[in-house]
Design a protein around this ligand. Structure first.
Ligand code: NAD
Length: 364
C-alpha cells in the first residue's frame, strides 16, 4: 500500500500591524509570504491582532491580553510599528511604546538582531563618500532588548533644583551574559570579530558589561573581542563602517547606533530585525517606527518589513531557501533600478509601496 506524503504542518503567524505605516508595510510582507507559500507549497495561517495606538483606541490597552495570548500560541510574530502624535499625550501605561516593550519582555525576546548591509545598488543613496563605502559593509548589531534604561526604575521627584525626572540604567550579570553569548556565537559564524559597545569610562553598569564580556571571551578563543566606547562607536560607524562585523550593545546604545547605521545603507526603510530568546520563536519587525509623516500615502518603503519576513522564515520556520529567495528578489528589483522615494537619488523616478511590493512578488 502506498503512503501519501505527509504535508508539513501549517505555521501560525500573528500579524501586529500597529499604527502609521504599519498596516501598509505588513500587508506588503504578507503578499510576499503568500507568494512564497504558493511557490514552495507551505501553509501559513495569518491572524491579526491589535497593538499600540490602535489597540488603545479599541480597548484602552496598548497590549491587550488576547494579543499577547495569540503571540504566545503562534510560531512567530510579524510586526509593523507602533506610535504616533495622536498618542503622545497618553499616560505612560497607555503609550503605544509601552505595549511594545511589554510584549518583547513577556515573550522573553531579549536579543534583537539587526543586520546592516549595504546593497551595492544603493551605494549612491548612502550619505557617505563612495571611497568610504567602496568595500561595502555587512554589520550585525546584537542589541539587548529587555533590560537597561528602558525597563529600569523611573519617576519624578523634588530635587535641589525643584522637580526632576530620572531613569535608571541597570543590568544584571545574567542579562549581560545571555546577550553576549548570542553575539559571540553570531561572530563565530561570521568574520569572528566582535566589538562590544559601552560607556565604561563613566557608567558603573557599563563597567559590569565590560567585565562580563571580557570574562566570556575566553570561551570563544577564535573570536577577536574589542571594547569600544559608545561615542567612539558613533564616530567610527561613519568613518569606516567596514571595520565592524558584530556589534554588541545595550538596549539604549543599540537603539541609537542602529538608526545611525541604517542611514549608511541609504534609508531606515531598508533595515529588518529579529527579536529572539530561547528556542525558535521570534518577533520580526523593521527597525523604523510608524513614520506618521508618510502614513497612508503609498510612499513607505516596504523592503525592511519584507526582509524581516525573510528573517522570520529563516529563524522561526527554518526555511532557509525561501528566505534566500526573498532576499534575492529584493536584490533583483534593486538591480532593475526600482526605488521608493527614500532610496531614490535625485532625479530618479520613485515608485510607491504597492508597486514595489508587486515588483518583489513578481521577482519571486
Ligand atoms: P520613524 O522611524 O517612524 O521615522 C523617521 C523618519 O524615517 C521619518 O522621516 C519617516 O518618514 C522615515 N521612515 C521611516 N520608515 C520609513 C519607510 N519604511 N520608508 C520611508 N521612510 C521611512 O521614527 P520617528 O519619526 O522618530 O517616530 C515616529 C513614531 O514611531 C513615534 O511615535 C515613535 O515612538 C514610533 N517608533 C516606533 C518604533 C517601533 O514600533 N518599533 C520604533 C521607533 C519609533
Amino acid at each position: 500500500m502506498s503512503e501519501s506524503p505527509t504535508a508539513a504542518p501549517a505555521k501560525e503567524v500573528v500579524l501586529l500591524k500597529g499604527d502609521g505605516i504599519g498596516p501598509e508595510i505588513v500587508s506588503a510582507a504578507v503578499q510576499v509570504l503568500d507568494r512564497i507559500a504558493k511557490r514552495y507549497g507551505h501553509d501559513f495561517i495569518f491572524s491579526e491582532y491589535p497593538i499600540g495606538g490602535r489597540a488603545v483606541e479599541i480597548c484602552g490597552n496598548p497590549l491587550p491580553q488576547e494579543t499577547l495570548a495569540a503571540c504566545r500560541a503562534a510560531d512567530c510574530v510579524l510586526l509593523g510599528a507602533v506610535g504616533g502624535p495622536a498618542y503622545d499625550d497618553l499616560p505612560v501605561h497607555q503609550r503605544p511604546e509601552t505595549g511594545l516593550l511589554a510584549l518583547r519582555s513577556a515573550l522573553g525576546l531579549y536579543a534583537n538582531l539587526r543586520p546592516v548591509r549595504l546593497f551595492p545598488q544603493l551605494a549612491q543613496a548612502s550619505p557617505l563618500h563612495m571611497e568610504r563605502i567602496a568595500a561595502g559593509f555587512d554589520i550585525l548589531i546584537v542589541r539587548e532588548l529587555t533590560g537597561g534604561i528602558y525597563f529600569g526604575e523611573r519617576g519624578r521627584r523634588q530635587g535641589s533644583f525643584g522637580e526632576e525626572a530620572f531613569d535608571t540604567e541597570s543590568y544584571s550579570k545574567t542579562e549581560i551574559e545571555r546577550i553576549s553569548h548570542v553575539a559571540f556565537r553570531a561572530a563565530q559564524s561570521r568574520n569572528k570579530n566582535l566589538i562590544s559597545v559601552d560607556k565604561a569610562n563613566v557608567l558603573e553598569s557599563s563597567r559590569l558589561w565590560r567585565e562580563t564580556v571580557h570574562r566570556l571571551s575566553s570561551e570563544y578563543p577564535e573570536v577577536t573581542c574589542v571594547n569600544m566606547l559608545v561615542d567612539n562607536a558613533a564616530m567610527q560607524l561613519i568613518r569606516d563602517p567596514a571595520q565592524f562585523d558584530v556589534l554588541l550593545t545595550s538596549n539604549l546604545f543599540g537603539d541609537i547606533l542602529s538608526d545611525e547605521a541604517s542611514q549608511l545603507t541609504g534609508s531606515i526603510g531598508m533595515l529588518a530585525s529579529a527579536s529572539v530568546g530561547e528556542g525558535s520563536f521570534g518577533l520580526y519587525e523593521p527597525i523604523h517606527g510608524s513614520a506618521p509623516d508618510i502614513a497612508g500615502k503609498d510612499i513607505a518603503n516596504p523592503i525592511a518589513t519584507i526582509l524581516s519576513a525573510a528573517m522570520l522564515l529563516r529563524h522561526s520556520l527554518q526555511l532557509e531557501d525561501e528566505a534566500i529567495a526573498i532576499e534575492t528578489a529584493v536584490e533583483s528589483v534593486l538591480d532593475q533600478g526600482l526605488r521608493t522615494a527614500d532610496i531614490a537619488v535625485h532625479d530618479s523616478a520613485a515608485i510607491g509601496t504597492q508597486a514595489m511590493t508587486e515588483a518583489i512578488v513578481a521577482a519571486l
